[in-house]
Design a protein around this ligand. Structure first.
Ligand code: PMP
Length: 445
């Protein structure tokens, strides 16, 4: 059973605070709640009314600007002109379901597949990361004839019924479904001893044995290769390799969820799994794929998709439609033309160095890869006691200073930093100055 915080509760707006708001914001919030009710999820104690965005900046209804270090959907930059123009142009030419041959769609599939190791040679395009993971689970079930999946203890993989089953962070306190096993996040901060790769693989091995002894059987290991919702765990690069090898030995599939780390964010390669020197059986994609145009996908070995297609008829009306493909091509262009993978590596390194220099006792750990960074907020560095309320204070104070970040992790105490990949040193410096000031408000370093 997971003991973590519900993922949507992190930095969530609390309805009990409506009465304390100024009239204009209260009206806007009440209007939202009238339509969406309990299903409405808003960020911040004082929700933001966003109107437009450009590059790394977002602008609210009052014209106030915010430095965006949170949104990894517009990953090559908000409203990037090249992506906007590609979408506009294609929408004016042709946009339809996916049952016609089309130059843009086929060109995109080829460009995307060329970014994977040769073994991963076929593709299904979807509209969301959830759909991609849902499909990956189905492919793994058909391929192995088994139903059991292993995930990390605070994983989030999406919102369909099947994917929620393998997303412990969406169902804290609830018993796990019988076909799911959880293993600890690959955490070197709270559990520094031993070889992380061997430790992680050993936990996978125990979970496989348990699934087999219960008669469920092992279908696959599904991991986000940057462990975003677990609290961001990137190092040492390569730690996933022993687990991937074990999964293959035990005839299961290794599914890399690249919805968060994919498309260059980790600063090492286009894909997060590349840092670990592993070749997954299935890769799932989403968020940054269309820089805001809804896109997802599953890339896998042809044999896996052939076997699935022989058993199941799968069709996705919108997945990979011509406008999506045009957006996807434009995103790949921008990543290459603007050197965004190198920028993520260089600026991510600079940002982590500057964060460590702050040297505040509440910053327990700074970790990550490229421009995917976690700051673990603690009561003090010696006790390492998680301090989610300080994390929440920081997030909300930074918001009032015009800086947007989020939270993650088992205790909700890890600040999640994921700016657009076109971030610059000046942007880092603005963030560091704001962070330093807010930490000083809390108390002496
Ligand atoms: N996998 C991971 C690792 C995610 O973080 C998310 C979304 N936050 C998803 C899958 C689901 O993607 P979507 O919301 O596009 O369905």
């Amino acid at each position: 059973m997971s003991t973590g915080k519900e993922i949507l509760a992190l930095n969530a707006f609390d309805r009990s605070e409506v009465s304390a708001m100024d009239a204009s914001l209260r009206n806007a919030v009440e209007r939202r709640l009238r339509s969406f009710g309990a299903a409405s999820v808003l960020f911040y104690q004082a929700p933001l009314r966003m109107e437009r965005a450009e590059g790394v900046w977002m602008f609210d209804a009052e014209g106030r600007r915010y430095l965006d270090l949170y949104n990894n959907v517009p990953s090559v930059g908000h409203s990037h002109p090249h992506v906007v123009e590609a979408i506009r142009r294609q929408a004016g030419l042709l946009n339809t379901h996916t049952r016609y041959l089309n130059e843009v769609v086929d060109g995109y599939a080829e460009r995307l597949l060329a970014t994977f190791p040769p073994a991963i040679d076929h593709l299904v395009l979807t509209c969301t990361g959830s759909e991609a993971n849902d499909l990956a689970l189905r492919i793994a079930r058909v391929a192995t004839g088994n139903a059991g999946f292993i995930v990390t203890e605070t994983a989030y993989h999406g919102n369909t019924a099947a994917v929620t089953d393998v997303s412990p962070s969406s169902r804290p306190g609830q018993p796990l479904p019988s076909h799911v096993r959880v293993i600890p996040a690959p955490d070197l901060f709270r559990a520094p001893d031993g070889d992380l790769g061997q430790r992680f693989a050993a936990a996978v091995g125990r979970a496989i044995a348990d699934l087999e002894s219960c008669g469920i059987g092992f279908a696959g290991l599904l991991v986000d290769t940057i462990f975003s919702s677990d609290g961001v765990y990137a190092d040492p690069a390569g730690f996933l390799a022993p687990a991937a090898e074990l999964v293959r030995d035990r005839k299961g599939l290794f599914i890399a969820d690249e919805v968060q780390p994919g498309f260059g964010r980790t600063g090492a390669a286009l894909w997060g799994f590349a840092r670990h020197g592993v070749v997954p059986d299935i890769v799932t994609m989403g968020k940054p794929m269309g820089n805001g145009f809804p896109m997802g996908g599953v890339a896998a070995r042809a044999a896996l998709l052939d076997r699935f297609a022989a058993n199941v008829k799968y069709f996705n009306t919108f997945g990979g439609n011509p406008v999506a493909a045009a957006a996807g091509l434009a995103v790949l262009d921008v990543i290459k033309d603007e050197g965004l993978i190198d920028n993520a590596r260089i600026l991510g390194g600079y940002l982590m160095d500057r964060l460590r220099e702050i040297g505040n006792r509440h910053i327990g750990d700074v970790r990550g890869a490229g421009l995917f960074i976690g700051i673990e907020v603690v009561r003090d560095r010696d006790s390492k006691e998680p301090a989610p309320e300080i994390a929440s204070f920081l997030i909300n104070r930074l918001r009032h200073r015009g800086v947007l970040i989020g939270a993650a992790g088992r205790y909700g105490n890890t600040l999640k930093i994921r700016p657009p990949l076109c971030f610059s040193k000046d942007h880092v410096n603005i963030f560091i100055a704001a962070c330093d000031e807010v930490l000083r408000e809390i108390g002496p370093a």
